[in-house]
Design a protein around this ligand. Structure first.
Ligand SMILES: *Cc1c(COP(=O)(O)O)cnc(C)c1O
Length: 402
């Protein structure tokens, strides 16, 4: 343990050593970061698609997948898409985001959150997060927007750029629900629509209700590294029948139903999830609650493994949340980039896939000149967080330390 005072270099060295030996003891044979698991009806359903010829964007698995999503999340409507980024793109369009607008986005997220804004011709405006949830800091966001924006005629304008601020996207980081009540209150006060990027939080509840269903527009992802996968896929969760109909229309090339004519009444998108992927997804969703409970047990193992460490902690769900623990994260107590890098390098050399948090999006070259509020917590979390292996299957093979 590294609690004794000593030269800085030795201190860092021993912290890295302690963390690495705890994890190599847990996973002597190595571990992937997040691997999909296909032990149920996956093969049978995919084979059925091929046997019946229904492999593309029409077919009963797509409808069944959407219905199952509604049952699991409590959302009245779900529209399956080719991926989560496409789902987010559709949410932004339906929230009214247009070319030249600005959209508030957390500085710490997967790059797709900002990319979907760019696909609308809009500009991401980065906001800071809070340590308790790793999601947007509602209090500071509200005060910041009061200061830098004003209401002109029928929309909110960034006083510095003159551009409309059209919407806010929140994200449930690593599967942990963000503070939705506070964010919804701030967005209501500022008259801004809130969109939930729930790509990582399938199976996560905020005050007992499923994430992605609190705002008119929620986006899910079923990419290969998410808690349940369709290979590639996503879904829009909608609460209103008109929003749901518009999402379905936009994702299916805006085709107007007709017995034999091809009529499209706007520029739509070819974003509908193929039946082949939905078949895989139906089998995965049958096992979602099992994935969640094993991932929560794995999170528990991590918490116990590191409970006596004074210099690191395992990120745990906020009190109002029940998290799917999509990606477990170890937080160093101090900003010690050297220790973080040593731990990551050594773990990967030992076949244990661990990763840094995403590089803050505002530091990426294509987003470096976008507007941003001060982002001290984004910078702090990026410097201190390490993502740990989180596949549900890992919980079975864990070597429990005495
Ligand atoms: C995975 C992810 C997405 C995008 O989903 P894809 O299905 O990969 O397009 C968007 N936002 C966040 C936060 C994600 O983690």
């Amino acid at each position: 343990m590294s609690s004794l005072p000593g030269p800085t270099r030795d201190h860092r060295h021993s912290l890295a050593d302690d963390v690495v030996s705890a994890l190599t003891a847990m996973f002597p044979d190595g571990a992937g970061l997040h691997e999909p698991e296909f032990g149920g009806n996956e093969w049978a359903y995919v084979k059925e698609c091929i046997d019946t010829g229904w492999v593309s964007t029409a077919g009963e698995f797509v409808d069944q997948f959407e219905q199952t999503l509604c049952d699991l999340t409590g959302s009245p409507y779900a529209i399956a898409t080719v991926n989560g980024t496409a789902a987010l793109h559709i949410c932004l369009i339906l929230a009214g985001v247009r070319t030249g607008d600005e959209v508030i986005v957390p500085g710490l997220s997967f790059v797709a959150t900002a990319n979907a804004v760019s696909y609308c011709g809009a500009i991401p405006h980065f906001a800071d997060i809070e340590l308790e949830t790793l999601g947007l800091d509602a209090g500071r966001l509200g005060r910041y927007l009061e200061e830098v924006s004003e209401w002109r005629q029928d929309h909110r304008v960034n006083k510095a750029t003159g551009r409309p601020i059209r919407a806010v996207v929140c994200m449930h980081t690593f599967g942990h629900p963000t503070d939705l009540d506070s964010l919804m209150a701030v967005c209501a006060a500022l008259d801004l629509p809130l969109i939930e990027d729930a790509a990582e939080s399938l199976g996560s509840l905020y005050r007992g209700r499923h994430t992605g269903t609190f705002t008119p527009f929620g986006a899910l992802s079923f990419n290969g590294n998410k808690i349940a996968t369709t290979g590639g896929g996503g879904a829009v969760l909608a609460q209103d029948p008109d929003v749901a109909a518009a999402a379905k229309h936009l994702t299916t090339t805006a085709k107007v139903p007709h017995a034999f004519e091809f009529i499209h009444d706007q520029v739509g998108y070819n974003y509908r999830m193929p039946n082949l992927n939905a078949g895989l997804g139906c089998a995965q969703l049958e096992r979602l609650s099992d994935f969640v409970s094993r991932k929560r047990r794995l999170a528990d193992h991590y918490a116990r493994t590191f409970e006596n460490f004074s210099e690191v902690s395992v990120f745990t769900e906020p009190a109002f949340a029940q998290s799917n623990y999509w990606l477990n994260n170890l937080m160093l107590a101090h900003d010690e980039t050297a220790a973080r890098n040593t731990i990551l390098k050594t773990l990967n050399e030992n076949g244990i896939m661990a990763r840094a948090a995403w590089t803050p999006i505002n530091r990426l070259p294509m987003y470096a000149n976008c507007p941003a509020m001060p982002l001290p917590v984004v910078d702090d979390v990026y410097a201190r967080a390490l993502a740990l292996p989180s596949s549900p299957a890992l919980v079975e093979g864990i070597v429990v330390r005495s």
